[in-house]
Design a protein around this ligand. Structure first.
Ligand SMILES: C[S@@+](CC[C@H](N)C(=O)[O-])C[C@H]1O[C@@H](n2cnc3c(N)ncnc32)[C@H](O)[C@@H]1O
Length: 288
């Protein structure tokens, strides 16, 4: 399944790509935003990064016309600065991040992100490291599990869900877990009852809050004065973190915020790609 790039035109415009500039796409995925940046480069260069080696391989295969301008880098946010240093990259002209998971990851049953397709309960963006969602649901104490589901998923039935998980252990597959959650919540409405718990687990497995904080520290240090940083988030907890970090940089006189009002997808974009509906784009220009 291909990934529809979200807020593509808006994010690339805010990045103000210079043909001879050096750019970092921290979340290359299948490379849609990366190709749009590369298309604007002449002598410049793009470091297209992702912690998911499988996505990077697909992005590389999809970007043959830009091989002279794109270097693909398998790296996570918390190692971005040291990886760039290792490659002799100084300060760059812009950093783009399109946070979260791609549709490709979500719909690949064997990756374990989806409560609609059966697969191993994995959820790691980088399948070479870290604990899986199965490790978390099968080996975490009930109270801790409930707290995580509440805090990261904003799930009000977290206690009932954690108790049901404990009763059903061991849980190895996505559909098994989705069924256990559904039996514990009996929620009516449009949202699948597993949505919030899966969102919490995905964040835990990939240490997403910590990784985002690492990126919010690294990106301003990597970006040269006059350079731009643009970030697209899909969850309100993420957008709040981005907003606060940008405001802090502006208060310290290190950056100017370019999106006084957060940018959201147009009605046409939401109509053609409903997954874009929660996207929020913020951008800034570094001053020092
Ligand atoms: C929404 S997708 C990006 C899609 C891409 N912009 C495109 O249009 O094809 C987010 C990507 O960020 C990657 N990602 C998420 N957290 C990451 C992290 N901490 N470090 C590196 N990559 C990360 C995911 O693996 C995923 O491929």
């Amino acid at each position: 399944m291909e990934h529809y790039p979200v807020l593509l035109r808006e994010s690339i415009e805010l990045l103000d790509v210079q043909p001879d500039g050096i750019y970092v796409e921290a979340t290359c995925g299948l490379g849609n935003h990366s190709r749009a940046i590369a298309a604007k480069l002449t002598t410049g260069k793009l470091y297209a990064c992702d912690r998911d080696a499988e996505s990077l391989a697909k992005a590389r295969a999809n970007s043959e016309e830009f091989v002279d301008r794109i270097e693909f880098v398998h790296v996570k946010f918390s190692d971005l600065q040291s990886e760039m240093k290792k490659r002799g990259v100084g300060r760059v002209n812009g950093v783009l991040a399109d946070l979260g998971v791609s549709r490709y990851q979500l719909t690949s049953a064997e990756r374990g992100f989806s409560f609609q397709n059966d697969g191993d309960l994995d959820m790691r963006m980088d399948r070479a490291e870290g604990q899986t969602a199965a490790d978390i649901v099968n080996f975490t104490a009930e109270r801790q599990l409930a707290d995580w589901i509440y805090q990261l998923g904003e799930e009000r039935s977290s206690r009932q869900i954690a108790a049901a998980i404990l009763r059903a252990r061991p849980i190895r597959s996505t559909l098994h877990l989705a069924g256990v959650i559904a039996s514990a919540t009996r929620r009516a409405g449009k949202l699948n009852p597993a949505t919030k718990t899966f969102m919490a687990l995905r964040q835990l497995v990939n240490e997403e809050p910590e990784e985002l904080d690492a990126l919010l520290t690294a990106a301003p240090l990597l970006t040269a004065p006059e350079g731009r940083i643009a970030m697209i988030s899909f969850m309100s907890l993420e957008d709040r973190r981005v907003k606060r970090a940008f405001q802090a940089l502006a208060r310290e006189g290190r950056a100017e915020i370019l999106t006084k009002h957060v940018v959201v997808p147009s009605d046409e974009e939401v109509y053609s790609n409903s997954a874009s509906r929660s996207a929020k784009l913020r951008a800034l220009r570094m001053l020092q």
